[in-house]
Design a protein. Sequence first.
Length: 168
Amino acid sequence: MENNQETSNERPLDIFASWEVPEYNSHDRDFRWYLITGIFALFLLIYSFISGNFLLPIILIITAFIFIMQHGSEADKVSIALASDCLVIGKRAYDYDEFRNFSIVYKPSQGDKNLYFEFKNPVKQRISIPLENINPVDIRNFLLAFLSEDLDRTNIPLSESLAKLFKL
């Protein structure tokens, strides 16, 4: 199977584990969240006009449009599979040799149960996969045959913490 290509039916994959996750995290945002965000956006708009930054209002309008369009819609499910030679996300397959390492953050009391893959290519973004009801020990033992584990990662990344905090 070629790197980062769509999966095909040419040969069956030897699947170790598979599950489905939401395409994106959806949050329950109440009226107060929208009010505070609107006030913050208004201050940013005023600041952008005072400072002469005319790109910021365009970015804010696009962001607001995305949030409004996403409100009330449910995230599609994406299938995840760990196979003997690749990670499959939806219809895309990633060979294990594309990754530098993996890590698992398991803190159920905080609601954190994620699997992370770091690419060897620093330009590519880290892959974060919720483990849902999958046993993290089984996943760890399976992946150790293919990748090294990043034992330094014990918490979710700051970007995910902030997104969780601000319900983004």
